[in-house]
Design a protein around this ligand. Sequence first.
Ligand SMILES: NC(=O)C1=CN([C@@H]2O[C@H](COP(=O)(O)OP(=O)(O)OC[C@H]3O[C@@H](n4cnc5c(N)ncnc54)[C@H](O)[C@@H]3O)[C@@H](O)[C@H]2O)C=CC1
Ligand SMILES: O=C(O)C(=O)Cc1ccc(O)cc1
Length: 301
Amino acid sequence: MNPTPVLSEFDRIAIVGLGLIGGSVARGLRAAGYAGHLVGAVTSDADAARAVALELVDTCHADIAAAVGPADLVVVATPPAELDEVLSEVAGVCPAHAVITDTGSSKTSVVEAAARAFDAAAMARFVPGHPIAGTENSGLEAGFATLFTARRVILTPDETTDPAALAAVEAMWSALGAQVSHMTAAHHDEVLAATSHLPHVLAYTLVDTLAAMAERTEIFAYAAGGFADFTRIASSDPALWRDIVKANRGPVLHTLDAYMAQLQDVRSAIASGDDHHLHDIFERAKTARDGFVLQREQNER
Ligand SMILES: NC(=O)C1=CN([C@@H]2O[C@H](COP(=O)(O)OP(=O)(O)OC[C@H]3O[C@@H](n4cnc5c(N)ncnc54)[C@H](O)[C@@H]3O)[C@@H](O)[C@H]2O)C=CC1
Ligand SMILES: O=C(O)C(=O)Cc1ccc(O)cc1
């Protein structure tokens, strides 16, 4: 029996930006059995040649028009700072039937950029998306086929989104092994500010604070696994994270304020020797995290 054809309604899928996320989409689609033409858009001829040599895509161009012009599905996976320019270029060349999606870490800013770039017809075929999966690595060689397996993807369609376009983007993420859910862009941004953007701000800030201390050599030399776990994400691309935080400024400030108030409370408990209060906070946090880990393990089974 032949396997079910993967996304066979799309002869040609264009991926704009072939770093961690775009490269993983490309590798994952191939691994899932996508048999159509995969075309990439990158920023230089050298990167285009490298992307083909790495077998990320069949063809690759340092020119969005050449990649997107004949595409049926366009996946935009460039950094947030490029989005206005990239979406405008896509708008100028995208065929009228093509479905367009993105992978950006904040969604209200992306929807606003899309509204600036697209007319109503293209906007209806634009499905904002965010895979909640990644690593601290970036660039052409960072991607891998299983990045999205058993991970969540949030799509933020609204009432103007074409149901067929939404179904197509859902089918793509399902082919990559992801679990798709929907929410509004504003709600997405509140949730992700708390679960992703704030932790990155904290990790960068903690490492920067310690790195400025006179004992920094010893601090890092004697750090245990917990420090490495807590700070891994501070090895992520600083320019990417500056721009994610900038794009989701309001929700990030909101969650940062809540965290700073709680940190002040913890400080007071330590300073005054309020062991009960400190224990209560730690106990609540342990219960919450154990529950979260259990749920994640159940999802992955
Ligand atoms: N890094 C992560 O773990 C995750 C990132 N995201 C989002 O996915 C998007 C991509 O992030 P990454 O793959 O991590 O970044 P990356 O830096 O690994 O890759 C971005 C790629 O886009 C290319 N690019 C930049 N400008 C371009 C242009 N004008 N035309 C064509 N290509 C261009 C770059 O050369 C680079 O190869 C970002 O919006 C990010 O917020 C979403 C989930 C996880
Ligand atoms: O490296 C990690 O653990 C991450 O947190 C990856 C990540 C980065 C950006 C996103 O928008 C989603 C996930």
